[in-house]
Design a binder for this molecule. Sequence first.
Ligand SMILES: [Zn+2]
Ligand SMILES: [Zn+2]
Length: 266
Amino acid sequence: MSSDFKMSVLASSSQGNSTYIETPNSKILVDAGLSGKKIEAAMTSIDKDIADVDAILVTHEHSDHIQGVGVLARKYGISVYANEGTWEQMAPKIGKTENIDKHIFEMGATKTLGDLDIESFGVSHDAREPQFYQFHYQGKSFAILTDTGYVSERVKKTIESADAYLMECNHDLEMLRNGSYAWSLKQRILSDRGHLSNDDGANTLMDVIGNSTKQIYLGHLSPENNLKKVAHETVAKDLIEHDFGVEHDFHINDTDPVKAQPLCDI
Ligand SMILES: [Zn+2]
Ligand SMILES: [Zn+2]
């Protein structure tokens, strides 16, 4: 049965992130971390019009999450939500903000936008006040968790048993260790305030997947230190080894740095 709670990962990688979520009365983007033009094109590719988007929810001020925020907010009058720390850091980086419809979305708060209830939760990442979001509509939920070096029990409890996940699989440990990045950058990525590896993503999923979980998207892959195939195989293997019903109970989906995923029923 088709649902009227849908989402598409428009783009995901450590170079640019944006996810679209819709219900009959709400159309939301989480982050706009590519150029405005690329996000417009990604929306067109799934037969959606960026002009219909009500709000952009920003997770944190890194450029792979905010690059298109100012342009899209000004051009289409889209409201922008972020917590105070993120606003402070983001405002100087997104062009003129006087005419942007700015809102505060406090960490740990729940807000209702249209018919969608949205919960924010803090993560462990080297930004000012990074937070991610979980969406609730008619008893179903979709949780996004990327850009975190560590997943606390509190976060796991918050996103437990969602119907769909976008989960970070930033790097393959071996590829990162053997790769060309400077040692200091490797240390940053591996730290508690960096990013989740493929195995970290799998371990987190094992702790949060529930009976209602149907769709898992693997996201925020590093183009340098990961491959879709490696992320997918690592997560599938880890979950199968722990007796999860991969491709029976739920599907594992890839994401792409530039190509939008088909709209998915949550
Ligand atoms: Zn990022
Ligand atoms: Zn980040």
